[in-house]
Design a protein around this ligand. Sequence first.
Ligand code: PLP
Length: 440
Amino acid sequence: MDSSTLLEPHTVVGLPTAPHVITRGEGVRVWDTEGKEYVDGVAGLWCVTLGYSEPRLVEAAAKQLERLPFYGSFNHRTADVTVALADDLAALSPIPMGRVFFGNSGSDANDSAIKFAWFYHCAKGRSHRKKILSHHRGYHGATTAAGSATGLAHIHNGFGIPLPGFLRMHTPDVLSTQANGLSDEEFVDWLIDELELLISQEGPDTIAAFIAEPIMGAGGLVIPPDGYYARVEEVLKQHDILFIADEVITGFGRTGSMFGTTEFGLRPDMITVAKGLSSAYLPISAVLVSGEVCDVLAKGSQEIRSFGHGFTYSGHPVAAAVARETLAIVQERDIPGRVRAAAPVLTNALDKFLGAPLVRDVRTYGLLGGVEFDAVACGLRPGEPGKELVTAAAEHGVLLRFAGDTVVFAPPLVSTDADLEEMVDRFAAAYRSFLSTHGV
Ligand code: PLP
């Protein structure tokens, strides 16, 4: 298939290779143009939570396409299904709502949440509060604002971002050099000292919001040490700095709770969701805005009389219908419960890599798993082991992704125990071939 006209997202400059083209999916499996079958260990891109052939989602889309394929949310007019989805999300939300704003991607949900934080402070007469805090290695998207909050250099290079005022904190990664030799408690103290110092240096009255993932995905599957976010929240609340929880990966069951916010006992002011909201069958995202923030947004101020933010496809009716059906299935089938039951299967399978040659660490949480490799011990540059392993994994029939030196598993949440074991078995075969390539 000629794919030379496609400008591929997230690719390497000047690499004229043709992408691997997938043509069909069923359950947790997909097939490519050669007819080769793969078990999808990363659910597309952490997103096809209900697998590739859920008939109810197809039917929901078809019915909505017939009934009302589009009506935008503009001029105080919107589609019935969009309103119904907002109600569904508000009822599910783990924070006191508030209202729901719709977008089309995780990136624009985070852009929107950042703009709402800016608007919130403007409406409170503090238009000078514009700075945004986030983590090194955090991933919040690739648009200009969300990309600025993202803490990964390859998202910035060549684009003139981060924009001024996007400030970075260290990653709450217990394997990082900053944590070296410290207990988890001492490391949390260190991180909080850093946060407090940053706020006092910058001036609390210049900072609008802090954005973070409950579990960091694209930054290498980082699970923060116990108590970290509770301590961060204390500091934020003292200064009325808003907390945006980016649940684009962790929303809708991935951690074993409906939201990572519940799983980790967080109290964010806004939650952004996408991916699993529609099991990725159609693009849709949302910002769940707390009641407290909404009240301020709704009032505006003497100077700001309109709320000038939104997209043509905000709350697109067909995507909204699919999202409503996704949420219904997630609840009816107790997908978070299924994740809690399946998590030990993934953990047991991946724990076999603990202490194996060239492996630095194994981490799992819910249906997220990561095997981190030691690039130096592999005799490779950072990033290379993951890339080689993911390529080998595809050759052995399992699709995975890498984040830094970590090979990531984020399977569909409907994976059976046997599916999970098969994914890890196929990866183990790839790992053995990687070892033999490197003479280990
Ligand atoms: N936030 C997180 C945590 C993500 O993992 C992603 C994408 O992977 C995004 C935001 C951006 O979402 P999108 O690619 O839909 O813009």
